[in-house]
Design a protein around this ligand. Structure first.
Ligand code: NAD
Length: 326
């Protein structure tokens, strides 16, 4: 049934293209964007779509001591979830765990100092979290991330490896620890916090973009592995533009009305909704889907010029980042 509709839709697009050429492609792109926008509005004002309950679910967040990870931890704790956080920032981790326990009751949250790029530490941390909450992980959020903001020749070998290990390779270490149980229990959700930099290359972000393209690819491959076995385990891949957490301080949007720098609160709420509604891929803000559509259907020179025109390629020129801001 679905296959018939898909084939019909493809045939309509094909004949439209044959009749109208590139103009038809542009019209289809506009139609696609319109549909995406409609879907976004429905989800944004939610209520229309069912949200799952996370009451008593064990939610494990990497890099949850600050930024959107921390913000999401509070939102999920409010919904009754048990929170585990791993992070390398001991002071911030202790603070967030204490605050969560004070606000939502003792034993709501548990934290372990752990470097996600070390598979042995990840394994031990997950075991500690499972025994603290006396429950296996239900939702894994791979959120820990770093950015160097350096051009290819300025970056160091250690810096490049660090970005790749934390932003991409670490996803294997956490997922390999939890996926087997999730599949056996026919219940679970794996969330990848990637970036729009996982779809679009940016000057000064080669290591970061490579790592986020990797994270997007990891999520997609995982999704297809799960689909092949008709698994109940869900996946969600989040691809935001800049968020004002401090990680990308100094980065600029040339047209902020069109491409706004997202607030930490808005981004976190949108991600939590996406998880509760089990969305598969979320590009935010939605307008950035246009870049992906243009890249997919137009010649590279058009795409490159568009990225330069909209200032995407110069967005990192004044990057300071969190480390240098004090
Ligand atoms: N801020 C943005 O503009 C933006 C945009 C798109 C995507 N993202 C992604 O969102 C995620 C969260 O970013 P944020 O803005 O909240 O940044 P953030 O710096 O506030 O949070 C990242 C957290 O990860 C932790 N961390 C770093 N290395 C780690 C390691 N090796 N092991 C464990 N924890 C580690 C940090 O201590 C920090 O608490 C990242 O993956 C980032 O790439 C951020």
């Amino acid at each position: 049934m679905l296959q018939t509709y898909l084939t019909k839709a493809q045939n309509i697009c094909k004949s439209f293209y044959e009749k109208k050429g590139n103009k038809g492609v542009a019209q289809l792109a506009v139609l696609g964007l319109g549909l995406l926008y409609l879907q976004h509005q429905i989800r944004k004002h939610n209520g229309w779509l069912k949200k799952k309950s996370v009451n008593n679910e064990h939610i494990f967040i990497t890099g949850g001591a600050s930024g959107i990870g921390r913000n999401m931890a509070f939102r999920f704790a409010k919904l009754g979830a048990k929170i585990s956080i791993i992070d390398v920032n001991q002071e911030a981790l202790q603070k967030v765990v204490d605050e969560l326990n004070q606000t939502y009751g003792q034993k709501t949250a548990f934290g372990v100092i752990c470097d996600v790029s070390n598979p042995t530490s990840v394994k031990a941390a997950i075991q500690q979290c499972n025994s603290f909450h006396n429950k296996k992980i239900d939702i894994l959020i791979n959120n820990a991330g770093v950015v160097s903001g350096k051009q290819i020749l300025e970056n160091s070998e250690a810096g490049i490896s660090r970005t790749m290990n934390i932003n991409t390779t670490a996803h294997h270490w956490t997922v390999r620890e939890v996926l087997g149980d999730m599949i056996n229990n026919k219940h679970g959700h794996i969330v990848t916090i990637a970036s729009i930099a996982g779809w679009v290359g940016v000057r000064g972000l080669a290591d970061y973009c490579a790592s986020k393209f990797g994270a997007v690819g990891f999520d997609e491959s995982l999704r297809f592995e799960l689909r092949a076995t008709k698994s109940n385990v869900k996946t969600t891949c989040i691809c935001p533009f800049f968020i004002n957490t401090g990680m990308f301080d100094g980065a600029k949007s040339k047209f902020p009305l069109l491409f706004p720098i997202l607030s930490e609160n808005y981004a976190s709420q949108r991600i939590v909704n996406a998880i509760l509604q089990e969305e598969t891929v979320v590009i935010m803000p939605i307008i950035l889907n246009a870049a992906i559509i243009v890249k997919a259907i137009f010649p590279t020179c058009i795409y490159d010029n568009m990225m330069e025109l909209f200032g995407v390629s110069e967005s990192m020129d004044h990057f300071k980042g969190r480390a240098q801001q004090k």
